[in-house]
Design a binder for this molecule. Sequence first.
Ligand SMILES: Cc1cc2nc3c(=O)[nH]c(=O)nc-3n(C[C@H](O)[C@H](O)[C@H](O)COP(=O)(O)O)c2cc1C
Ligand SMILES: [Fe+2]
Ligand SMILES: [Fe+2]
Length: 400
Amino acid sequence: MQNTRKISQDLYWVGGSDRRIALFENAYPVPRGVSYNSYLLLDEKTVLFDTTDHAVSRQLFENVAAVLNGRALDYLVIHHMEPDHCSAIEDLLLRYPTLQLVCTAKAAAMIGQFFELGDLSARTVVVNEGDTLSTGHHALTFVTAPMVHWPEVMLTYDTTDKILFSADAFGSFGAMNGNLFADEVDYAAEWLEDSRRYYTNIVGKYGVQVQAALKKAAGLEIKMICPLHGLLWRENIGWLLEKYNAWSTYTPEEKGVVIAYGSIYGNTENAANILAGMLAERGVRNIHMYDVSATHPSYILSDAFRFSHVVFASITYNSGIFTNMENLLHDIAAHNLQNRTIAFLQNGSWAATSAKQMAAVLEKLKNMTVLEPLPTLKSSVKPAQVEEIAALADAIVASM
Ligand SMILES: Cc1cc2nc3c(=O)[nH]c(=O)nc-3n(C[C@H](O)[C@H](O)[C@H](O)COP(=O)(O)O)c2cc1C
Ligand SMILES: [Fe+2]
Ligand SMILES: [Fe+2]
């Protein structure tokens, strides 16, 4: 049965949610599921904005058919060729024989890479930056947003209703719970964390390109943002833009300390706990601690984007970094984190080397300040290390 929602005069949400999925992109835990948003505009011409993942495509077909109510589907605008949004292209071309695809040249090339559909040129309208498509009452302007996840990405601005179809930008993990709009929920309490984890992990590396897209968006009057995942925005859009501005410029949202530790027997963990307590006693309020063996790196990376300071504490492991910590560090390096104050703590029973190796992984990141001293454990915390940890706590507080 259809599950569609009218979201403005001529526009319908026709997407779906998947709560069975364990890992988004087979990488990121999504305990609250994820939504795949798809939008259908009924004008003189009918326009579908993106399809969905296979997981909910049956719902999509029912929804589209229900809203069309016997009409033909004229256009499918493809903002992004990642399979979580384009899995149903082939099916739709078969179901709607006069359907035309609207996408960038790069996306058109990718259709051939993902599907065996032969020559689609007669069924494709290739658009460029600034092109406009009139659908009757509505005029749709296309805005390219390369690397706001993938190179072929574009956004659509409905100049009639001032709606921005933002592709993966402004999205979030989390299935829809009936409410479609951010203003219908306590977004800061219930969604911001997943929205930040989504942005930082999925698009975080491409801050420069996101900044370019935000500059283009700044020139538009936007009454509603329709992203491909998560809730839609029609109020308080400035608040969301501010978050995006911070994330994409690698500016901490808040002063605070993330302590990520990798420990086998618990001694490095003990040192991390001692440091956290000392920071708290020195007045630091935002302290988030993570055992890298217990918490998926996507959560820790997200917090590293949120806060100003990150401490990495690791045992030495086979003359290297503890595996889960190494994984986290490579993830942070791959996502281009910048402008943070960081510190290390190491442990090793015969030759502690992990701090140097951890620093090497993060070496190329821009504008990272490394604090001293470097507390070094030779198995367990001894009075000399308590002193070093206290000195590090002092240095962290002094730098805040
Ligand atoms: C598989 C394995 C490999 C290790 N490799 C090293 C090493 O290369 N160099 C070293 O100094 N210690 C090494 N250690 C020892 C630990 O780093 C050391 O015992 C440390 O105190 C453990 O701290 P924890 O109590 O926080 O787990 C290794 C331990 C294990 C289990
Ligand atoms: Fe994507
Ligand atoms: Fe996506």
